[in-house]
Design a protein around this ligand. Structure first.
Ligand code: CAA
Length: 261
């Protein structure tokens, strides 16, 4: 992995951890950080050592407190569109990664931070985390996908309430509306996300990758088309070594040794 000014990256036992590292600005996303995230993800995409990717923020206070307001304050519409494009490029790359991604939300998760978390496959939050889309209070609308991904996650009414009030919600409230999957104590956060990542890694790699793909692609299709798409993908898994091994292992009462082929 290249050296980045605003990111840290580690890999251990198949689990990659990408940390947004601008703690003095509560990990706010400026254009350099967004470009670095895009570039790091392109490296991670083809890194066979990374089977699951965790995204988190540096320090104990913030996951990401949004786009960098000090950079945005003087922007004109063209510069704003360029910043939004950098974010869309990075966040769409997260969604298209073959690996499962988990946001470990360790604190403030606001604006562009909430939008980043919502690009991940799974969100686990510390009980101290706070979520919100405060953009309207700055005189703008969410511009890194918030009006779209949050709406798909929690429905139009809740998304409109969160976005137009700009109010912060707690991790527990975020869980109640389906914006996060689990809430744990801050000191248990990385243990919990590592536990989930390890469970994912134990399963057939092709099947995990395909499950993510079918869920995401199917969500944009009408139900009958989505179901037949699932049938095609399901049938294809019978052409894999992982399917032969997984079922043989069950019948032979042993643990499967998946090759990912
Ligand atoms: N951009 C730039 N700097 C930020 C920042 C941001 N989004 N959030 C925090 N910081 C900086 C603060 O300016 C401060 O810097 P200094 O020490 O140099 O003054 C430092 O981080 C610590 O922040 P605070 O002193 O404000 O800490 P606090 O505990 O009093 O408050 C907070 C924490 C409630 C998160 C508060 O910092 C805050 O409201 N931040 C802004 C949140 C926000 O509005 N996010 C949305 C941005 S817009 C966006 O994301 C657009 C989009 O659609 C993508």
């Amino acid at each position: 992995m290249k050296e980045y000014n605003n990111l840290l990256f580690t890999v251990e036992d198949g689990i990659g951890v990408l940390t947004i590292n601008r703690p003095k600005s509560l990990n706010a996303l400026n254009s350099e950080t967004l470009a670095e995230i895009g570039s790091a993800l392109s490296e991670i995409k083809t890194n066979k050592d990374v089977k699951v990717l965790i995204i988190t923020g540096s320090g104990q206070k913030a996951f990401v407190a949004g786009a960098d307001i000090s950079q945005m304050a003087a922007m004109n519409p063209i510069e704003a569109a360029e910043l939004s494009e950098l974010a869309h490029n990075a966040f769409q790359t997260i969604e298209s990664l073959p690996q499962m991604t988990i946001a470990a939300v360790n604190g403030y998760c606001l604006g562009g931070g909430f939008e980043l978390a919502n690009s991940c496959d799974i969100r686990i939050a510390a009980s101290t985390a706070k979520f919100g889309q405060p953009e309207v209070g700055l005189g703008i609308v969410p511009g890194f996908g918030g009006t779209q991904r949050l709406t798909r996650l929690v429905g139009r009414g809740k998304a409109k309430e969160i976005i137009t009030t700009g109010a912060q919600i707690t991790a527990t409230e975020a869980k109640e509306i389906g914006a996060v999957e689990e809430v744990v104590e801050l000191d248990q956060l990385m243990t919990k996300v590592n536990e989930i990542a390890s469970k994912i890694i134990k399963n057939g790699p092709v099947a995990v990758r395909m499950a993510k793909y079918v869920i995401d692609k199917g969500a944009d299709l009408e139900l009958n088309t989505a179901i037949s798409f699932e049938t095609q993908m399901w049938a294809q898994t019978f052409a894999t070594e992982d399917q032969k091994e997984g079922m043989a292992a069950f019948l032979e009462k042993r643990h499967a040794k998946f090759s990912g082929k």
